[in-house]
Unconditional design. Structure first.
Length: 147
């Protein structure tokens, strides 16, 4: 027994219309999906920005510690403080002056020079300490320039 096969164009176009109605998304479905995406992005973006700031602060602390240690080593070895950060590079204590991650430059460091009366070599007071050149506030509430 064979099943009847309909060849009429009317039956074929009707089934195509039914399939076309069920293919794709409605406007409401698209709006719901878009609103969910917007909510997720609005939650994720501030978290991402805070993680970037925390990473920069970690790099800043590390750079400050390494530069301060290098200044101390130079002062101990040479019996005088360096006059500039380039002295540390020229004498081989550092390969290059580290970048300040808050300003994006290695020339914006704020140098604290020692007093002539308290310096190791009283004729040439040099760098005693170093701070970030940024005028922004850190996540702990203190300015980066005081770290």
């Amino acid at each position: 027994m064979e099943l009847p096969i309909r060849n009429g164009s009317r039956n074929v176009t009707a089934s195509l219309r039914r399939r076309a109605r069920h293919c794709g998304f409605t406007l409401i479905e698209l709006l719901i999906v878009m609103s969910i995406i917007v909510v997720l992005v609005s939650i994720a973006l501030p978290l991402y920005q805070r993680s970037i700031i925390r990473a920069k602060e970690t790099v800043l602390r590390s750079n400050l510690m390494s530069i301060r240690t290098t200044i101390d080593e130079y002062t101990y070895d040479k019996q005088k403080a360096p006059q500039s950060l380039q002295d540390l590079v020229q004498e081989g204590y550092m390969r290059q002056v580290p970048f300040d991650p808050m300003t994006g430059s290695n020339t914006t460091w704020r140098l604290v020079m020692e007093d002539a009366g308290q310096s190791v070599s009283q004729a040439e007071p040099g760098i005693f300490d170093i701070h970030s050149g940024s005028d922004k506030m850190g996540s702990d509430g203190t300015p980066y320039a005081e770290w």
